[in-house]
Design a protein around this ligand. Structure first.
Ligand code: ACO
Length: 331
């Protein structure tokens, strides 16, 4: 029996039309970090590549960062605000359950009536958002989707744990994804590992509030490192295959900025040509979870190291444990 329901149909393909970023205003170098934890600039740089990280100042918070990045992405996309009909914001830093960050960003930007919702996939959240937006544009449930990743991790850092306290940064990154005549977002390679919830977890918000403290991040760095340099490295190679590309077809590699040694392990497996531009944004940013990939994307385009039309492999992975990645054409 035929169904009376009319299904939507969208554009043949989607692509990123504009990218924007925002960083915490405070630059906290390793020397300052070592006044808080027992460590050294040499140890932190050698183990992770981090030289300094960005933290919010008193004027910034998760919403102001999200709005700043989103505004830049919309302006650069050339898409009129009344044409953006969906907003997805990924964050593990929003301490208010509602209203959603997505609705507040839409309101600040004057978007008339978009579908708006928050996502939560930790460091993979931005790449989850990119794939959802791609599907929305291609099925016709949206025409232009604003995807934002935003974090203020400095306010959830466990400064009593010197093995994680130096890692985190604060920032936001955003893209607008809209219709395209040619493929601009490759297939998602994504998933979640069962029974790994405790490897990276936050305190229970209510329990932390009862103690009068912020919920803090707890991470077994060793286990995450092993997972990232084994399983996630293989998934990174799958992303390239899923897009039908060979290593020499890639121009840019933007992995989650978690640790330069994880990036190095990925590069050894992928055997990318020397010409491929590799993001090392972690050096000056730290790990900004869902914001890390789009902020790094903006930085490479602004510096001229990457250019519009380049093929970029992006991947995020983290608390859950979850991961997601795809090849995208840069705006
Ligand atoms: N300064 C100096 N020494 C330190 C420090 C420090 N800050 N921290 C630990 N050490 C010491 C330890 O005590 C240990 O000493 P020991 O050998 O005498 O016992 C030694 O250094 C090694 O410690 P490890 O914890 O084994 O350090 P490791 O090399 O594993 O590096 C790190 C730690 C950087 C956290 C690493 O495990 C890592 O990057 N893991 C992956 C993190 C990640 O990718 N997270 C992604 C998601 S994050 C999110 O979702 C929010």
């Amino acid at each position: 029996m035929s169904s009376p329901i009319k299904a939507s149909q969208g554009a043949p393909y989607s692509r990123i039309l504009g990218v924007g970023g925002a960083r915490g205003n405070r630059v906290v170098d390793n020397a300052e970090m070592c006044t808080i934890i027992d460590s050294s600039d040499e140890w932190i740089q050698q183990r992770t590549g981090i030289i300094e990280r960005r933290w919010v100042d008193d004027e910034q918070d998760v919403l102001t960062l999200a709005i700043e990045a989103a505004r830049k992405a919309v302006e650069r996309s050339g898409v009129a605000t009344d044409q953006i009909d969906s907003v997805l914001v990924s964050s593990v830093s929003n301490t208010r359950r509602f209203p959603s960050l997505a609705v507040q960003v839409a309101s600040a930007l004057g978007l008339p009536d978009p579908a708006a919702t928050d996502l939560q996939a930790a460091c993979a959240g931005f790449c989850y958002g990119v794939s959802l937006a791609d599907s929305m544009v291609r099925t016709g449930s949206a025409h232009h989707v604003l995807v934002v990743g935003v974090e203020v991790l400095s306010q959830q850092t466990n400064f009593a744990d010197r093995s994680t306290a130096f890692l985190f940064g604060d920032g936001a990154g955003a893209v607008v994804i809209g219709p395209s005549d040619t493929p601009g977002v490759g297939p998602a390679v994504w998933g979640s590992a069962v029974d790994t919830g405790e490897i990276i977890h936050s305190d229970d918000f209510a329990a932390a509030a009862a103690e009068g403290v912020n919920p803090r991040i707890h991470m077994d760095g060793h286990q995450v490192f092993r997972w990232a340099t084994g399983f996630i490295v293989e998934k990174t190679a799958e992303i390239l295959e899923a897009a039908g590309l060979a290593p020499e077809d890639l121009d840019v590699f933007i992995p989650h900025q978690a640790n330069n040694r994880i990036t190095d392990a990925m590069l050894r497996r992928l055997k990318l040509p020397e010409s491929v531009v590799v993001s090392r944004d972690i050096k000056h940013m730290g790990n900004a979870s869902a914001a890390s990939v789009p902020i790094a994307m903006e930085a490479l385009l602004e510096s001229g190291e990457a250019k519009s039309g380049d093929n970029a492999l992006i991947i995020g992975f983290g608390a859950g444990l979850v991961y997601a990645g795809q090849v995208v054409v840069l705006p």
